[in-house]
Design a protein around this ligand. Sequence first.
Ligand SMILES: Cc1cc2nc3c(=O)[nH]c(=O)nc-3n(C[C@H](O)[C@H](O)[C@H](O)COP(=O)(O)OP(=O)(O)OC[C@H]3O[C@@H](n4cnc5c(N)ncnc54)[C@H](O)[C@@H]3O)c2cc1C
Length: 379
Amino acid sequence: MGKRILIVGGGLAGTIVANGLCRQLGQELRDGSVSITVLGTSDTHLYQPGLLYVPFGRIRESELFREQRKVLDRRVPYLIDPATNIDLEAKEVTTESGKTLGYDYLVIATGSRIMPQNVPGMAEGAHWFYDLEGARRMRDALDAFEGGKIVVNVNAPHKCPVAPLEITFMLYDYLTAKGLMKKTEITYTYPIGRLHALEPVGEWAQGEMDRLGLKYETFFNTKEVDSKAKTISSEEGTTFDYDLLVTIPPHQGAQVIEDSGLGTGGWVPTDREKLLHDGSTDVFVVGDTTNIPISKAGSTAHFEADTVVDNLSSLITEGRWARNYDGKVFCFVETGMDTGTYVWFNYTTPPNPGPPSQMVHWFKLAYNRLYWLSARGLL
Ligand SMILES: Cc1cc2nc3c(=O)[nH]c(=O)nc-3n(C[C@H](O)[C@H](O)[C@H](O)COP(=O)(O)OP(=O)(O)OC[C@H]3O[C@@H](n4cnc5c(N)ncnc54)[C@H](O)[C@@H]3O)c2cc1C
């Protein structure tokens, strides 16, 4: 029997790993010395960053989805059969349909999910754009909004480190264009003592918010939302009234991670350079589900996935490690409806956001289309 590579999770990271391995292990796949299988939850692949544009009617929903079967290399069996238990001792994964799949190498790529239910009142009182249903409801709420108090409330941990800033700046431009900003107050809340986890980004964001006249509150760890009184309160004792509450809900990793005893909150303990499950030599962890204190972002998942592909194929074909992950992340940042900037950083180099420009905004829009090439591993 050849080496069996099992990838749990067919989102961004799992898909790039599978497609990348197919490119590097073509001969081995042909002669049967390697097989690659992906386990997923759905027949569709969602381009999550596109959700940012849904509340403003700036993207067609059809642009957000592709058939997962068509995004994955045809040599990879894709089973829509979620993992229910991962047993690292037995090297087996059990699925919802009752299958037990053995592996020689496992790649855990189960991502993260929003948990508005973790904050009392949040699910009832808040809007969000982190899933399609939420983004549609937020679009309807924005259509009906006639001015008043908006609170943009950020909870941690969350994926896409810059999306809360992007939605804030886009709201400002959107409401200005509708003539509503004159009678609107936007307050941005953040759980730590600055406006972003990355200090240079926080400083830059504070300058932008001061320039636009947006309010902000740091050290705001959300305690509860009262959807009847339309208030949101923090553990620190601050309360804001709102007419429209836009929240980035707290996140957790996948349930199967907790159920398998692999990591608290669904975050898998991971070596930040080797991207191996701590203590393992045959279990790779990639994307949002790692516990590495680094931005949970598509670009992180992409750069990590490339590293895993190089190492896994090198281990199989040459018996040696290829390279370590250096913490590289690159994110475009919308700074309004028609300007953008970008940040890149790694474990040793901090980010340094540049002045916003229309050109970077257009790059981001172009990338929204190119994503599908990126997921196929062609970019
Ligand atoms: C609104 C929004 C805007 C964003 N903007 C950006 C951006 O501008 N730039 C950027 O870099 N990133 C952005 N992101 C973040 C990016 O989408 C994620 O970080 C990225 O998708 C992470 O990839 P992943 O493979 O780890 O997780 P995912 O892509 O979420 O994939 C995880 C997969 O695992 C599957 N899964 C879960 N449990 C199981 C199970 N038990 N068995 C089998 N499969 C399972 C899930 O169904 C899912 O398909 C944004 C996200 C959102 C929501």
